[in-house]
Design a protein around this ligand. Structure first.
Ligand code: ADP
Ligand code: MG
Length: 331
Protein backbone atom coordinates (compact mmCIF):
# COMPACT_ATOMS: atom_id res chain seq x y z
CA UNK A 1 0.00 0.00 0.00
CA UNK A 2 1.12 3.53 -0.72
CA UNK A 3 0.12 4.45 2.79
CA UNK A 4 1.96 2.56 5.50
CA UNK A 5 -0.37 0.47 7.68
CA UNK A 6 0.54 2.40 10.83
CA UNK A 7 -0.07 5.76 9.14
CA UNK A 8 -3.37 4.50 7.84
CA UNK A 9 -4.53 3.37 11.30
CA UNK A 10 -3.29 6.58 12.91
CA UNK A 11 -4.91 8.83 10.33
CA UNK A 12 -8.30 7.20 9.88
CA UNK A 13 -9.02 4.95 12.84
CA UNK A 14 -7.01 6.05 15.84
CA UNK A 15 -9.14 9.17 16.04
CA UNK A 16 -11.07 10.80 18.85
CA UNK A 17 -14.35 10.36 16.95
CA UNK A 18 -13.84 6.59 16.90
CA UNK A 19 -11.86 5.91 20.07
CA UNK A 20 -13.99 8.14 22.26
CA UNK A 21 -17.40 8.01 20.59
CA UNK A 22 -18.74 7.09 24.04
CA UNK A 23 -17.70 6.95 27.67
CA UNK A 24 -14.37 5.11 27.46
CA UNK A 25 -14.02 4.23 31.14
CA UNK A 26 -14.39 0.51 30.40
CA UNK A 27 -11.46 0.67 27.96
CA UNK A 28 -8.35 0.00 30.04
CA UNK A 29 -6.25 -0.13 26.87
CA UNK A 30 -7.43 0.70 23.35
CA UNK A 31 -5.78 0.86 19.91
CA UNK A 32 -2.00 0.62 19.76
CA UNK A 33 -0.88 -2.37 21.79
CA UNK A 34 -0.96 -6.05 20.92
CA UNK A 35 -4.52 -6.33 22.19
CA UNK A 36 -7.13 -4.18 23.87
CA UNK A 37 -8.04 -4.55 27.54
CA UNK A 38 -11.64 -4.01 28.66
CA UNK A 39 -13.09 -3.88 32.15
CA UNK A 40 -16.74 -5.02 32.22
CA UNK A 41 -18.73 -3.71 35.19
CA UNK A 42 -19.02 -6.05 38.21
CA UNK A 43 -21.71 -8.71 37.79
CA UNK A 44 -21.91 -8.32 34.02
CA UNK A 45 -21.45 -10.98 31.37
CA UNK A 46 -19.66 -10.33 28.09
CA UNK A 47 -21.71 -10.44 24.88
CA UNK A 48 -19.78 -10.81 21.62
CA UNK A 49 -20.85 -10.88 17.97
CA UNK A 50 -19.01 -10.71 14.63
CA UNK A 51 -20.31 -9.68 11.20
CA UNK A 52 -18.36 -9.81 7.97
CA UNK A 53 -19.29 -7.98 4.76
CA UNK A 54 -17.57 -8.98 1.52
CA UNK A 55 -17.73 -6.79 -1.57
CA UNK A 56 -19.60 -8.52 -4.37
CA UNK A 57 -21.25 -10.90 -1.92
CA UNK A 58 -22.93 -8.76 0.75
CA UNK A 59 -22.82 -5.42 -1.04
CA UNK A 60 -22.23 -4.40 -4.68
CA UNK A 61 -19.02 -2.84 -5.94
CA UNK A 62 -18.68 0.94 -5.70
CA UNK A 63 -21.02 1.44 -2.75
CA UNK A 64 -20.74 4.85 -1.08
CA UNK A 65 -17.95 4.38 1.47
CA UNK A 66 -19.49 6.49 4.25
CA UNK A 67 -22.74 4.54 4.06
CA UNK A 68 -20.83 1.27 4.07
CA UNK A 69 -18.93 2.32 7.18
CA UNK A 70 -22.13 3.30 8.96
CA UNK A 71 -24.04 0.19 8.01
CA UNK A 72 -21.22 -2.25 8.83
CA UNK A 73 -21.14 -1.08 12.44
CA UNK A 74 -24.88 -0.48 12.87
CA UNK A 75 -25.88 -4.01 11.82
CA UNK A 76 -23.27 -5.48 14.16
CA UNK A 77 -24.49 -3.32 17.06
CA UNK A 78 -28.04 -4.48 16.33
CA UNK A 79 -26.96 -7.93 17.51
CA UNK A 80 -26.00 -6.40 20.88
CA UNK A 81 -29.43 -4.73 21.03
CA UNK A 82 -31.04 -8.08 20.25
CA UNK A 83 -29.24 -9.64 23.23
CA UNK A 84 -30.35 -6.77 25.53
CA UNK A 85 -26.68 -5.83 25.96
CA UNK A 86 -25.06 -2.42 26.31
CA UNK A 87 -22.03 -1.65 24.13
CA UNK A 88 -18.47 -1.89 25.47
CA UNK A 89 -16.40 -1.55 22.30
CA UNK A 90 -15.77 -2.89 18.82
CA UNK A 91 -12.91 -4.04 16.64
CA UNK A 92 -12.56 -3.58 12.89
CA UNK A 93 -10.91 -6.14 10.60
CA UNK A 94 -10.45 -4.28 7.34
CA UNK A 95 -9.17 -5.89 4.15
CA UNK A 96 -8.55 -3.41 1.34
CA UNK A 97 -7.41 -3.86 -2.28
CA UNK A 98 -5.56 -0.53 -1.99
CA UNK A 99 -5.38 2.40 0.43
CA UNK A 100 -7.38 5.18 -1.23
CA UNK A 101 -7.40 8.27 1.01
CA UNK A 102 -10.81 9.54 -0.18
CA UNK A 103 -12.41 6.17 0.39
CA UNK A 104 -10.78 5.73 3.80
CA UNK A 105 -11.81 9.22 4.87
CA UNK A 106 -15.44 8.63 3.90
CA UNK A 107 -15.53 5.11 5.33
CA UNK A 108 -14.05 6.09 8.68
CA UNK A 109 -16.37 9.09 8.88
CA UNK A 110 -19.49 6.94 8.34
CA UNK A 111 -18.11 4.45 10.84
CA UNK A 112 -17.60 7.25 13.36
CA UNK A 113 -21.19 8.47 12.84
CA UNK A 114 -22.44 4.98 13.67
CA UNK A 115 -20.08 4.75 16.67
CA UNK A 116 -21.46 8.04 17.98
CA UNK A 117 -25.08 7.03 17.41
CA UNK A 118 -24.59 3.68 19.16
CA UNK A 119 -22.23 5.07 21.85
CA UNK A 120 -19.53 2.51 21.16
CA UNK A 121 -15.74 2.98 20.94
CA UNK A 122 -13.29 1.48 18.46
CA UNK A 123 -10.76 -0.47 20.55
CA UNK A 124 -8.65 -2.25 17.92
CA UNK A 125 -8.61 -4.17 14.70
CA UNK A 126 -6.53 -5.49 11.89
CA UNK A 127 -5.66 -4.07 8.47
CA UNK A 128 -4.70 -6.27 5.54
CA UNK A 129 -4.56 -6.15 1.78
CA UNK A 130 -7.01 -8.16 -0.34
CA UNK A 131 -10.56 -8.01 -1.75
CA UNK A 132 -12.62 -5.41 0.13
CA UNK A 133 -13.92 -7.08 3.29
CA UNK A 134 -15.23 -5.41 6.42
CA UNK A 135 -15.29 -7.45 9.61
CA UNK A 136 -16.76 -5.92 12.75
CA UNK A 137 -16.72 -7.55 16.17
CA UNK A 138 -18.87 -5.88 18.79
CA UNK A 139 -18.49 -6.44 22.52
CA UNK A 140 -21.16 -5.64 25.04
CA UNK A 141 -22.19 -6.43 28.57
CA UNK A 142 -25.40 -7.54 30.20
CA UNK A 143 -26.24 -8.23 33.86
CA UNK A 144 -25.47 -11.90 34.52
CA UNK A 145 -28.30 -14.13 33.35
CA UNK A 146 -30.27 -11.37 31.62
CA UNK A 147 -29.19 -11.76 28.00
CA UNK A 148 -32.25 -11.96 25.74
CA UNK A 149 -32.05 -15.18 23.76
CA UNK A 150 -34.19 -16.75 21.04
CA UNK A 151 -35.27 -19.49 23.43
CA UNK A 152 -37.78 -18.83 26.18
CA UNK A 153 -41.02 -17.92 24.37
CA UNK A 154 -44.01 -19.66 25.99
CA UNK A 155 -47.52 -20.35 24.65
CA UNK A 156 -49.73 -17.40 25.56
CA UNK A 157 -46.97 -14.79 25.25
CA UNK A 158 -47.58 -11.83 22.95
CA UNK A 159 -45.44 -11.42 19.83
CA UNK A 160 -44.20 -7.85 19.51
CA UNK A 161 -42.06 -5.79 17.17
CA UNK A 162 -40.09 -2.65 18.00
CA UNK A 163 -40.74 -0.61 14.85
CA UNK A 164 -41.82 -0.55 11.23
CA UNK A 165 -41.29 -3.50 8.91
CA UNK A 166 -40.49 -3.37 5.21
CA UNK A 167 -38.46 -0.15 5.21
CA UNK A 168 -35.18 -2.04 4.83
CA UNK A 169 -36.34 -3.87 1.69
CA UNK A 170 -37.89 -0.74 0.16
CA UNK A 171 -34.71 1.15 1.09
CA UNK A 172 -32.65 -1.43 -0.76
CA UNK A 173 -34.63 -0.63 -3.93
CA UNK A 174 -33.73 3.02 -3.47
CA UNK A 175 -30.10 2.20 -2.62
CA UNK A 176 -29.72 0.01 -5.71
CA UNK A 177 -31.18 2.71 -7.95
CA UNK A 178 -34.01 0.42 -9.08
CA UNK A 179 -37.10 1.95 -10.73
CA UNK A 180 -39.38 3.49 -8.09
CA UNK A 181 -43.14 4.21 -8.14
CA UNK A 182 -43.87 7.47 -9.99
CA UNK A 183 -45.71 8.98 -7.03
CA UNK A 184 -43.03 8.31 -4.42
CA UNK A 185 -42.34 11.64 -2.67
CA UNK A 186 -38.70 12.74 -2.49
CA UNK A 187 -38.91 12.84 1.31
CA UNK A 188 -40.03 9.20 1.35
CA UNK A 189 -37.19 8.26 -0.97
CA UNK A 190 -34.66 9.94 1.31
CA UNK A 191 -36.17 8.36 4.39
CA UNK A 192 -35.98 4.87 2.84
CA UNK A 193 -32.42 5.41 1.61
CA UNK A 194 -31.52 6.25 5.19
CA UNK A 195 -33.38 3.25 6.56
CA UNK A 196 -31.27 0.96 4.40
CA UNK A 197 -27.86 2.57 4.81
CA UNK A 198 -28.19 3.85 8.36
CA UNK A 199 -30.18 1.34 10.37
CA UNK A 200 -30.84 2.35 13.97
CA UNK A 201 -30.05 -0.52 16.32
CA UNK A 202 -32.65 -0.61 19.10
CA UNK A 203 -30.20 -0.62 22.00
CA UNK A 204 -32.39 1.26 24.46
CA UNK A 205 -35.40 -0.90 23.74
CA UNK A 206 -33.31 -4.06 24.09
CA UNK A 207 -32.08 -2.97 27.50
CA UNK A 208 -35.67 -2.31 28.62
CA UNK A 209 -36.59 -5.85 27.65
CA UNK A 210 -34.15 -7.30 30.22
CA UNK A 211 -35.94 -9.53 32.66
CA UNK A 212 -39.29 -8.79 30.96
CA UNK A 213 -39.34 -10.27 27.44
CA UNK A 214 -39.20 -14.06 27.20
CA UNK A 215 -37.32 -14.26 23.88
CA UNK A 216 -36.10 -11.90 21.17
CA UNK A 217 -33.87 -11.14 18.20
CA UNK A 218 -33.37 -8.43 15.59
CA UNK A 219 -35.14 -8.69 12.24
CA UNK A 220 -32.33 -9.03 9.71
CA UNK A 221 -33.42 -11.91 7.47
CA UNK A 222 -37.12 -10.98 7.27
CA UNK A 223 -40.00 -11.26 9.71
CA UNK A 224 -41.11 -14.79 8.76
CA UNK A 225 -37.59 -16.19 8.75
CA UNK A 226 -36.67 -14.52 12.03
CA UNK A 227 -39.95 -15.53 13.67
CA UNK A 228 -39.04 -19.06 12.58
CA UNK A 229 -35.77 -18.74 14.51
CA UNK A 230 -37.62 -17.90 17.73
CA UNK A 231 -40.19 -20.65 17.09
CA UNK A 232 -37.54 -23.34 16.67
CA UNK A 233 -35.24 -22.14 19.47
CA UNK A 234 -38.19 -21.89 21.88
CA UNK A 235 -40.04 -24.99 20.69
CA UNK A 236 -43.29 -23.09 20.07
CA UNK A 237 -45.48 -21.87 17.22
CA UNK A 238 -45.72 -18.18 16.39
CA UNK A 239 -48.95 -16.82 14.94
CA UNK A 240 -48.53 -13.53 13.07
CA UNK A 241 -51.54 -11.32 12.48
CA UNK A 242 -50.96 -9.68 9.07
CA UNK A 243 -53.25 -6.64 9.51
CA UNK A 244 -51.34 -5.65 12.69
CA UNK A 245 -47.94 -5.34 11.00
CA UNK A 246 -46.63 -1.77 11.37
CA UNK A 247 -45.55 0.03 8.21
CA UNK A 248 -44.19 3.51 7.54
CA UNK A 249 -46.07 5.98 5.30
CA UNK A 250 -43.09 5.88 2.94
CA UNK A 251 -44.23 2.46 1.68
CA UNK A 252 -47.69 3.62 0.60
CA UNK A 253 -46.67 4.31 -3.02
CA UNK A 254 -46.13 0.58 -3.61
CA UNK A 255 -48.87 -2.00 -4.17
CA UNK A 256 -50.39 -3.70 -1.16
CA UNK A 257 -48.97 -7.00 -2.33
CA UNK A 258 -45.45 -5.58 -2.60
CA UNK A 259 -45.66 -3.94 0.82
CA UNK A 260 -46.84 -7.13 2.47
CA UNK A 261 -44.08 -9.12 0.80
CA UNK A 262 -41.46 -6.67 2.10
CA UNK A 263 -42.90 -6.61 5.60
CA UNK A 264 -42.93 -10.42 5.75
CA UNK A 265 -39.88 -11.41 3.74
CA UNK A 266 -37.76 -8.34 3.24
CA UNK A 267 -34.85 -8.21 5.62
CA UNK A 268 -32.63 -5.41 6.87
CA UNK A 269 -35.17 -3.75 9.17
CA UNK A 270 -33.06 -4.22 12.33
CA UNK A 271 -36.05 -3.74 14.63
CA UNK A 272 -36.42 -6.06 17.61
CA UNK A 273 -38.89 -8.94 17.46
CA UNK A 274 -39.70 -10.25 20.94
CA UNK A 275 -42.18 -12.22 22.96
CA UNK A 276 -43.79 -10.79 26.07
CA UNK A 277 -45.58 -12.73 28.79
CA UNK A 278 -49.18 -11.48 28.99
CA UNK A 279 -48.63 -10.55 32.65
CA UNK A 280 -46.17 -7.90 31.42
CA UNK A 281 -48.45 -6.39 28.76
CA UNK A 282 -48.84 -3.22 30.82
CA UNK A 283 -45.24 -2.41 29.86
CA UNK A 284 -46.32 -1.81 26.28
CA UNK A 285 -48.12 1.42 27.19
CA UNK A 286 -45.09 2.54 29.25
CA UNK A 287 -42.71 1.88 26.39
CA UNK A 288 -44.98 3.68 23.91
CA UNK A 289 -45.21 6.64 26.28
CA UNK A 290 -41.40 6.65 26.38
CA UNK A 291 -41.35 6.96 22.57
CA UNK A 292 -40.80 3.36 21.50
CA UNK A 293 -43.04 2.32 18.60
CA UNK A 294 -43.76 -1.18 19.89
CA UNK A 295 -46.68 -3.11 18.39
CA UNK A 296 -48.27 -6.45 19.14
CA UNK A 297 -48.31 -8.46 15.91
CA UNK A 298 -49.36 -11.90 17.08
CA UNK A 299 -48.99 -14.49 19.78
CA UNK A 300 -47.12 -17.58 20.86
CA UNK A 301 -48.93 -20.91 20.70
CA UNK A 302 -48.13 -24.53 21.41
CA UNK A 303 -46.78 -26.34 18.35
CA UNK A 304 -44.04 -25.47 15.93
CA UNK A 305 -43.30 -23.20 13.00
CA UNK A 306 -44.83 -19.90 11.95
CA UNK A 307 -48.42 -19.25 10.96
CA UNK A 308 -49.72 -16.16 9.25
CA UNK A 309 -53.28 -14.85 9.43
CA UNK A 310 -54.09 -12.39 6.66
CA UNK A 311 -57.75 -12.25 7.68
CA UNK A 312 -58.76 -15.66 6.34
CA UNK A 313 -57.53 -17.73 9.27
CA UNK A 314 -54.05 -18.98 10.14
CA UNK A 315 -51.99 -20.45 7.30
CA UNK A 316 -48.72 -22.31 7.80
CA UNK A 317 -45.76 -20.50 6.33
CA UNK A 318 -43.39 -22.80 4.52
CA UNK A 319 -40.55 -22.62 2.04
CA UNK A 320 -37.51 -20.39 2.27
CA UNK A 321 -39.05 -17.42 3.98
CA UNK A 322 -35.97 -15.23 4.21
CA UNK A 323 -35.10 -12.76 1.56
CA UNK A 324 -31.46 -13.20 0.58
CA UNK A 325 -30.59 -10.03 -1.29
CA UNK A 326 -27.02 -9.41 -2.42
CA UNK A 327 -26.24 -12.91 -1.31
CA UNK A 328 -24.81 -15.83 -3.18
CA UNK A 329 -25.04 -19.45 -2.12
CA UNK A 330 -21.87 -19.41 -0.01
CA UNK A 331 -23.43 -17.32 2.75
P1 ADP B 1 -0.02 -6.65 15.68
O1 ADP B 1 0.94 -6.85 14.57
O2 ADP B 1 0.57 -6.63 17.05
O3 ADP B 1 -1.25 -7.51 15.58
P2 ADP B 1 -1.18 -4.50 14.21
O4 ADP B 1 -0.11 -3.84 13.44
O5 ADP B 1 -2.08 -5.46 13.51
O6 ADP B 1 -0.54 -5.14 15.51
O7 ADP B 1 -2.08 -3.37 14.86
C1 ADP B 1 -1.53 -2.36 15.66
C2 ADP B 1 -2.60 -1.76 16.52
O8 ADP B 1 -3.55 -1.13 15.68
C3 ADP B 1 -3.37 -2.79 17.33
O9 ADP B 1 -3.70 -2.20 18.57
C4 ADP B 1 -4.61 -3.03 16.53
O10 ADP B 1 -5.69 -3.40 17.35
C5 ADP B 1 -4.82 -1.68 15.88
N1 ADP B 1 -5.48 -1.75 14.56
C6 ADP B 1 -5.04 -2.36 13.42
N2 ADP B 1 -5.90 -2.19 12.40
C7 ADP B 1 -6.92 -1.44 12.90
C8 ADP B 1 -8.12 -0.93 12.35
N3 ADP B 1 -8.47 -1.13 11.07
N4 ADP B 1 -8.92 -0.23 13.17
C9 ADP B 1 -8.58 -0.03 14.45
N5 ADP B 1 -7.49 -0.45 15.03
C10 ADP B 1 -6.64 -1.17 14.26
MG1 MG C 1 -2.50 -7.55 14.10
Amino acid sequence: MALDEFDLIARYFRTARLERAADASATVLGIGDDAAVLQPAPGQQLVISTDTLVEGVHFPQHCPAAELGYRALAVAVSDLAAMAASPLGFTLALTLPQATPGWLQAFSSGLADAARDASINLIGGDTTRGPLTIGVTVLGQVPAGQALTRAGARPGDLLCVGGNLGDGAAGLEVALGNPLPAGLPMAAQEYLHGRFWRPLPQLALGQMLRGVASAGLDVSDGLLADAGHIASASGVRLLINGPQLPMSDALRSWSERQRLDWMLRGGDDYVLLFTLPRAARGRLAQWRAAGFAVSVIGEVQGGSGVQLDLGLGPQAVDGPAGYQHFRSTDD
